[in-house]
Ligand binder design. Structure first.
Ligand code: OGA
Ligand code: MN
Length: 263
């Protein structure tokens, strides 16, 4: 077990494929803030209308996706386990700063019902799903640096690994699927508990192309296809948490994230 943990830790560290050029300043004041057409228009803005047309359909934010009671049900299930862990602030090069995490396969009825709803909306019927649901608890001062979740684990992709991937690997190691080297697929769907936050997407090879997504507390977000593969995503730290000119105070935030498998 110690060895497995060491492997996970090692894989976790080089996770960040971010670069300082993608700092907030590259987005601020660009004057191209346009609301996306689609579901909840005020919740997605981007560097150009053209980008919103191109990528808008691959990002989705649904406000009020869970009720206060459902949020409480998740907290009741998760809080005890999370409280036993310490927030990690250790390594400056980790993809995530100020976090603790866990994953869970089995849920109580109320949470399971919500997760079934998430899956039916986010994933195509029959799409193979990653069994464990990833739970990421960010401290008030915590944040997620720009990264792209890896598809494959091999020499070339290792630098893109992040904690999600590490936790995928961990699950696979534990379930004896060590030789399966393919992980998270086309879609990432996350519930946001306890806090509003901003998720920023930046085109990997063109940092002037970006989208900001406002993720209100109790909303669901979905990233698909190019939005998930060709753009880095990040969760802004409190000091930088400004959406379309409006401060969005960041509190402690828990994300409950469902994924599918490739293919
Ligand atoms: C991650 C990630 C997003 C979130 O863990 O890789 O991008 O909503 N999380 O917390
Ligand atoms: Mn990620």
């Amino acid at each position: 077990m110690k060895l497995l943990l060491a492997v996970v830790k090692r894989l976790h560290r080089p996770a960040v494929c971010c670069s300082p050029r993608r700092a907030l300043s590259s987005c601020a004041g660009s004057g191209g803030l346009l609301a996306a057409e689609g579901t909840d228009t005020a919740l997605v803005v981007g560097s150009s209308q053209e980008l919103l047309h191109r990528i808008g359909s691959q990002v989705e934010v649904r406000t009020g996706f869970i009720s206060e009671e459902e949020e409480e049900a998740f907290l009741r299930e998760l809080e005890l386990g999370l409280k036993k862990k310490r927030y990690q602030f250790d390594h400056w090069d980790d993809a995530i700063h100020g976090y603790r995490e866990t994953e869970r396969v089995r849920w109580g009825a109320e949470c399971e019902e919500v997760l079934t709803r998430v899956r039916s909306i986010a994933f195509a019927e029959g799409s193979p799903l990653l069994g464990p649901v990833h739970v990421l608890d960010l401290d008030k001062t915590g944040y997620i640096k720009p990264h792209i979740d890896s598809v494959k684990v091999n020499g070339q992709h290792l630098q893109q690994l992040n904690s999600n991937n590490a936790s995928c690997i961990f699950s696979l190691l534990l379930s004896d699927h060590l030789l399966i080297f393919q992980f998270c697929g086309t879609t990432i769907a996350g519930l946001s508990l306890l806090s509003d936050s901003i998720m920023r997407l930046v085109k990997e090879d063109a940092s002037s192309e970006w989208l900001d997504m406002l993720l209100p507390r109790r909303s669901l977000y979905i990233l698909r296809d190019q939005a998930r593969y060709d753009f880095t995503h990040e969760i802004l730290k409190d000091e930088e948490s400004v959406f379309n000119g409006q401060k969005v105070p960041r509190q402690r935030r828990i994300a409950v994230i469902c994924r599918n498998l490739p293919g």
